[in-house]
Design a protein around this ligand. Structure first.
Ligand code: PLP
Length: 372
């Protein structure tokens, strides 16, 4: 079955009680037990499980081709669910250019817990190999990365890790299951911040881990989900599932629009450089082409004349909204470094764009005006 069909139907079934084609949102926190004390419905308490969460998790398993999934209250909580499934004293390898919030989580919270992290350039497989230690348990990659759109060789990383029995995780938030399927390249775990493209409408916060195998490591992640309790609400699971129904169409349009905007920016004299893997000039272009079906909706670009010019451009746009986050229907523009806090990943003259579903010519006109 093709991905467009799967996004429409995965995890879907009519409600057996009412026949409703779209199953209801089940708000109950608790479930009735049988007279013998059994849990006849299979549910006992909503922190443990819930029909909307189960449908959402089953949907992602089908889309990614995984065996099991655990939904969390945010993408960050999903990442932490994986880190907590490791043990104090374990070592992980993570991208130097990863999403700053998860990097900060590793640097502050998880380091106090004695989880050791080496931040390396994961686009360079030799650097990854050299960073492996006897206590390395996980290689975490994010491709394309936020915000510099670095492309990491998913199959290359899987191969290195498999040889030495290390687990791998791919944060595939920018790719989504429509554009990139990391299990096909040998990855063990996939992370999505469902806040972004899967939800798709900037109206929920959520995250999910999908596992290729229902193994001991995943069982620990599941324990952290249910005992730790950082779970998404039934309504957020419903919204995420609703968003996924249009994901294939949206990713196609996000990608087409972003390609047009990236090409415009690349040709503009006031733009220093553009980071979009769809551009032939991008160092990750051929790799991205080999592991993605299109290049997604995120672009970063550096402007000539530094930070002040970048702020000026962001202040002049009319269609783009100045806001953080990404993956919604509306286009967003962000001066990234000023959002990233004390040790920003982004250069000062960098603007990040989340390209929405508007007409590409309108977006280009808006940027052209702001750049003048
Ligand atoms: N992973 C990536 C690539 C992200 O861009 C983000 C947030 O921007 C996250 C994870 C964290 O997601 P959340 O904000 O839902 O915690």
């Amino acid at each position: 079955m093709n991905i467009e069909t799967k996004t429409v139907h995965a995890g879907s079934h009519a409600d057996p009680a009412s026949g409703a084609v779209i199953p209801p949102i089940v708000l109950s926190s608790t479930y009735q037990r049988g007279s013998d004390g059994s849990y006849e419905s299979g549910y006992k308490y909503s922190r443990h499980n819930n029909p909307n969460r189960l449908a959402f998790e089953q949907c992602l398993c089908e889309l990614e081709g995984g065996k099991a999934a655990a939904a969390f209250a945010s993408g960050s909580a999903a990442a932490m669910g994986v880190f907590l499934a490791l043990k104090p004293g374990d070592h992980i390898i993570a991208p130097a250019g990863m999403y700053h919030g998860v990097a900060l989580q590793l640097r502050t919270i998880m380091s106090n817990w004695n989880l050791q992290t080496s931040f390396v350039n994961t686009t360079n497989l030799d650097e990854v190999k050299s960073a492996i230690k006897s206590n390395t348990r996980l290689i975490f990659i994010e491709t394309p990365s936020n915000p510099m759109m670095d492309v990491t060789d998913i199959a290359g990383i899987s191969e290195i890790a498999k040889k030495v029995g290390i687990k791998t995780l791919c944060d595939s938030t920018f790719g989504t299951p429509v554009l990139q399927q990391p299990f096909k390249f040998g990855i063990d775990l996939i992370l999505h911040a469902t806040t972004k493209y899967l939800g798709g409408h900037s109206d929920l916060i959520g995250g999910i881990i999908i596992s290729r195998e229902e193994d001991e490591f995943f069982t620990r992640i599941k324990e952290i989900q249910t005992l730790g309790g950082g779970v998404p609400s039934p309504f957020d699971c419903y919204l995420a599932l609703r968003g996924i129904r249009t994901l294939a169409l949206r990713m196609q349009k996000h990608s087409e629009n972003a390609m047009a905007v990236a090409e415009f920016l690349e040709s503009h004299p006031d733009v220093e450089s553009v980071f979009y893997p769809g551009l032939k000039s991008n160092s990750g272009h051929s790799l991205a082409k080999s592991q993605m079906s299109a290049f997604g909706g995120m672009i970063a670009f550096k402007v000539k004349d530094g930070k002040e010019k970048a702020f000026k451009i962001a202040s002049k746009v009319k269609i783009f909204t100045r806001a953080t986050s990404l993956g919604g229907t509306e286009s967003l523009i962000e001066h990234r470094a000023s959002m990233e806090g004390a040790n920003p990943v982004s250069p000062d003259n960098l603007l990040r764009l989340s390209i929405g579903l508007e007409n590409a010519n309108d977006l280009i006109e808006d940027l052209n005006f702001a750049l003048k």
